[in-house]
Design a protein around this ligand. Structure first.
Ligand code: ADP
Ligand code: MG
Length: 230
């Protein structure tokens, strides 16, 4: 009968279940290790992002990117907006998805990347391909524009962008709009154009123009008409 067949399958089902529990545990360890290696900030998940607070961010666009098809296509993501609007949160949340799907990910602030690049600046480009900023499937580069670069830094940054170009994805967050990027890159308009050209070719762009989430309680107080004390 039907149930007899099912009973005969029971031993196999049992092993299958044991195996899947073991696989889940291994998968969890793999993700934990990759998260540690990636240097991604902790506790920032797409699931915790409040889209109601930030209407300029389209959830369906983020959900689509969370499939990480952009990494397979070697496309870039660019997040623009003032401080506190969730650029790091979204960039990190998407990078966590990439880790979960098995992609190698590394996170740097621009400051950290520049110090890496300076340390390697004597190494030939061919050897630099072994470096984390080159070989990972996804590089998250946070906080472009907080600090202006000098000519040497601009050149190193251009080399980095070139190294990644059509070879692997980059997610960049910036508090400066593109028209101000020349001021980040030592007012070198040629280099700025070359950098923009490569980053924007095959990219998804978010312009976040809402309020700072960090200041949201302060803004609520203001809206509630609470007067300043002094
Ligand atoms: P940015 O990088 O744009 O300066 P962050 O991503 O660091 O901003 O966001 C600042 C803080 O506010 C973080 O703790 C982040 O988790 C939180 N945050 C920002 N936007 C949202 C949001 N829409 N929903 C939930 N938390 C948010
Ligand atoms: Mg940030």
């Amino acid at each position: 009968t039907d149930s007899a067949i099912r009973e005969k399958q029971n031993p196999l089902e049992f092993f299958e279940r044991v195996l899947s529990v073991e696989m889940d545990a291994r998968e969890e360890r793999r993700i934990a290790t990759s998260m540690k290696i990636s240097g991604l900030p902790k506790g920032l998940y797409l699931e915790n992002f409040d889209y109601m607070f930030q209407p300029s961010v389209e959830k369906h666009k983020v959900d689509f990117l969370a499939t990480c098809d952009f990494i397979r296509q070697k496309e870039n993501l660019l997040f623009f907006g003032p401080p506190g609007v969730g650029k790091t949160h979204l960039a990190t949340g998407l990078a966590v998805k990439a880790v979960e799907l098995g992609y190698s990910v590394i996170y740097y602030t621009v400051e950290e990347l520049l110090s890496q690049l300076k340390r390697r600046s004597d190494t030939p480009i061919s050897r630099q391909r072994r470096q984390a900023y080159s070989k990972n499937a996804l590089v998250v580069l946070d906080e472009l524009g907080y600090q202006a670069m000098d000519r040497q830094e601009t050149h190193l940054f251009f080399q980095f962008v070139n190294l990644r170009y059509q070879k692997g994805s980059v997610i960049i967050t910036s508090n400066r709009s593109v028209k101000d990027w020349a001021t980040i890159f030592a007012n070198d308009h040629m280099a700025t154009t070359a950098i923009l050209d490569r980053l924007f070719h095959r990219s998804h762009i978010f312009n976040i123009d809402g309020n700072s989430y960090r200041l949201k309680d302060f803004q609520l107080l203001q809206k509630g008409g609470v007067e300043k004390e002094n």
